[in-house]
Design a protein around this ligand. Sequence first.
Ligand SMILES: *[C@@H]1O[C@H](CO)[C@@H](O)[C@H](O)[C@H]1NC(C)=O
Ligand SMILES: *[C@@H]1O[C@H](CO)[C@@H](O)[C@H](O)[C@H]1NC(C)=O
Ligand SMILES: *[C@@H]1O[C@H](CO)[C@@H](O)[C@H](O)[C@H]1NC(C)=O
Length: 242
Amino acid sequence: MPPFIFFIIFWFSIFQNSIHFLSANPTASSCSNGGPRISYPFHLNHPQQPQTLSYEDVPSGFDLLCKNNLTTIHFPSLGDYLVVKSISYPAKRINLLDPRNCVHHVFLNLDLSLTPFQYFYVLKNYTYLNCSTSLPRPFMEIPCMSASDFHVYTVEPSLPLPDSCVAVKTVAIPFEYSPYLSDNSLGLGLTWDFPLFQETRTEYTVVSICMFVIVVAILVSIKVQWSRRNPGEKEDQLLQSL
Ligand SMILES: *[C@@H]1O[C@H](CO)[C@@H](O)[C@H](O)[C@H]1NC(C)=O
Ligand SMILES: *[C@@H]1O[C@H](CO)[C@@H](O)[C@H](O)[C@H]1NC(C)=O
Ligand SMILES: *[C@@H]1O[C@H](CO)[C@@H](O)[C@H](O)[C@H]1NC(C)=O
């Protein structure tokens, strides 16, 4: 077999292995037939079964759990589980739903700082107000956080505090309250990032380049030896090819 064919096959197999490793999903699974496909970096924890997965590489924060056929994710800062609506692996995006249909309760309480996640959308600081009387328009009350005796609003932090209100917290959130948010049609979009993945990828690239250099060196030395051993043959070949 001519060396260059060997070389192409060898290089191609390294390349394929890298691709396989990077998009590896030996444990791809889901919680229901139409549910999001769960694969690396996410990891499905089966509550009934002991750990069945062999992935030692899974970074913390990517554990998902099936509950009543729904895919869920747990954030310690929130206490409750959020439902995973969809996952896009190429876009590194996960869309979540709040089972309590109160996305502002999530915005107010979710602390992503110690997780691999960030909001997918551009953030803006808003102040949550808790008011003893309801405010006139253009203030829009967040119904799922309000009751008959208190009324919750999100406002720009620069707004002077109305008399009947206390400022609960100022947080960077993706959306101000709007009626669209109340019907749960707009998921909570998060994106993820974790250094392990980049490191692994870099290591693989370095390993691949080293292999490439070694293979080239071996091929060159084989070629040199071969042409030394068969000088006559080589000349014949050259003559034939002319
Ligand atoms: C989960 O899905 C299975 C099969 O589709 C169905 O039999 C079962 O009733 C579902 N469970 C719940 C809690 O929806
Ligand atoms: C929100 O306010 C904090 C404190 O003033 C500031 O550090 C942060 O950068 C602000 N975030 C955004 C998205 O404006
Ligand atoms: C608003 O105030 C009421 C009582 O005044 C309290 O029960 C409620 O938890 C508060 N809501 C928020 C979001 O702080």
